[in-house]
Write a protein that binds this ligand. Structure first.
Ligand code: SDX
Length: 431
């Protein structure tokens, strides 16, 4: 005899409603309110979705209290230490770690999709030279739907897979070309004899005048940064991609929407904002001034790279990123980087400050990433494009998961209307 399904009882004006409770593999139970409006004629109210599960998923799990992040069950620390980005891409896309043959086949496929349609180069030249690379990425990725018509039919699983491979493979080329364009240097084409991270570094930093030797330390650090940003449950940009996809929009349009959302300083734009904040603070002795500003309700200033909607403990990605920062800066001989000293002291002070402890504000993934990226030679304007490059596989995996559910519906939230009641039109002479 199977157990009766668990339910929660809601009583409104004397009438009771039973709401099914679903239990997850891990994490909080969820109340199923899908029938609530039809039965009780009421909406639930949750702006910012602080208590709302928007979907079912099997891809990524986060425990904010414990500071846990897993992809298909594998802890992020194991993946960052033992795996590499394209293997993590395979895991996110297909659900299991690949065999050696599967991995070789996948890496060959991705390597052979890294080139852009030659005509797309003209898109970059339409932007002002001082355009932010994120503006270029939003435009160029959206425009991919004008070039790759043979992978825009979302009802065809094979086209969905080709679009997935194209986006993962071409994003480094798009990001690198967006950078080259803004610094007035010629585009560097991808090469098939380089791994994913090395190819990206070479496309960013090689110049025709001389050969570019990829530093294996930098390419390993780059690959680890890609892995740490690959996916993160139903964050704002992933939710944007799912909502765009729910209307049946093509994959390139959906990913362009995700890039646009990621750009905000409260989300993926925080890595650029964090490094600019560290530069503004400038020295350890000025940290108390900024800590006080962050606590001042009348001051909009926030410590960028701190706080998180889900993590109320250390973001496990920040822990790995901090270790990588120490390693990369030491190997590059810049371990006495003043920004790293400011960041470490800021972290120490904030973690011991009653305000931050009470509000459970810890460093997040964006706190240390900018320090590594700057040491690697990237300008701050390239930090969020690198986040977008890394997160493309997460967006695509979540997009693919949503489309594989035949019951998925268009996302169409309602509202709590507080505007005017119905009223008569007043002619202009009477206003
Ligand atoms: C990412 O969701 C994801 O998974 C995102 C991400 C991913 O991988 O996709 O992890 C990537 O976006 C990381 C977050 C990067 N953003 C920043 O570092 C920007 C600075 N942080 C914040 O603005 C803020 O912490 C958020 C946006 C990240 C989270 O905001 P919430 O969950 O809506 O929390 P909140 O704004 O309601 O803050 C709760 C309280 C507030 O004080 P009270 O109004 O309760 O008195 O904490 C305070 C806030 O003022 N607070 C901060 C703070 N963050 C929150 N105070 C000072 N400095 C901060 N950084």
């Amino acid at each position: 005899m199977s157990e009766a399904p668990r339910t929660a009882t809601l009583t409104i004006d004397g009438t009771t409603y039973d709401l099914p409770i679903h239990s997850p593999t891990s994490g909080p139970d969820v109340l199923d309110i899908r029938k609530l409006y039809g039965q009780a004629g009421v909406f639930t109210y949750d702006p910012g979705f602080t208590s709302t599960a928007s979907c079912e998923s099997t891809i990524t799990y986060i425990d904010g209290e414990e500071g846990v992040l897993t992809h298909r069950g594998y802890p992020i620390g194991d993946l960052a230490g033992k795996s590499h980005y394209l293997e993590v891409c395979y895991l996110l896309l297909y659900g299991e770690l690949p065999t050696a043959a599967q991995l070789e086949d996948f890496e060959t496929t991705i390597t052979h999709h890294t080139m852009l349609h030659e005509q797309m180069g003209n898109f970059f030249r339409g932007f002002r030279r001082d355009a932010h690379p994120m503006a270029v990425m939003v435009g160029v990725v959206g425009a991919m739907s004008a070039f790759y018509h043979d992978s825009t039919d979302i009802s065809d699983p094979r086209q969905r897979e080709i679009a997935s491979h194209r986006l993962i493979a071409k994003m480094p080329t798009i990001a690198a070309w967006a950078y080259k364009y803004t610094i007035g240097q010629p585009f560097v084409y991808p090469r098939n004899d380089l791994d994913y991270a090395s190819n990206f570094l070479r496309m960013c930093f090689a110049v025709p005048a001389e050969e570019y030797e990829v530093n294996p330390i930098l390419s390993r650090a780059m690959d680890r940064i890609f892995t740490l940003h690959a996916d993160h449950e139903q964050n704002a940009s992933t939710s944007t991609v799912r909502l765009a996809s729910s209307s049946g929009a093509n994959p390139f349009a959906c990913i362009a929407a995700g890039i646009a959302c990621l750009w905000g300083p409260a989300h993926g734009g925080a890595n650029q904002a964090c490094l600019e904040m560290l530069k503004e603070i400038g020295s350890v002795d000025r940290i108390p001034e900024y800590i006080e500003r962050a606590k001042d309700k009348n001051d909009p200033f926030r410590l960028m790279g701190f706080g998180h909607r889900v993590y109320k403990n250390m973001d496990p990605r920040a822990t790995v990123m901090k270790e990588s920062a120490d390693e990369v800066l030491e190997l590059l001989g810049v371990e006495d980087n003043p920004l790293l000293q400011v960041a470490k002291e800021l972290e120490h002070i904030a973690l011991n400050d009653p305000y931050f402890k009470e509000k459970k504000l810890f460093p997040n993934v964006d706190f240390y990433s900018g320090i590594i990226l700057e040491a690697m030679g990237f300008p701050t304007s390239m930090f969020t494009p690198i986040f977008a490059l890394s997160r493309t596989v997460g967006w695509i995996s979540q997009w693919k998961e949503q489309l594989s559910d035949p019951a998925h519906k268009i996302g169409r939230p309602r509202q709590l209307y507080l505007g005017e009641d119905v009223r008569s039109y007043t002619d202009i002479e009477n206003r």
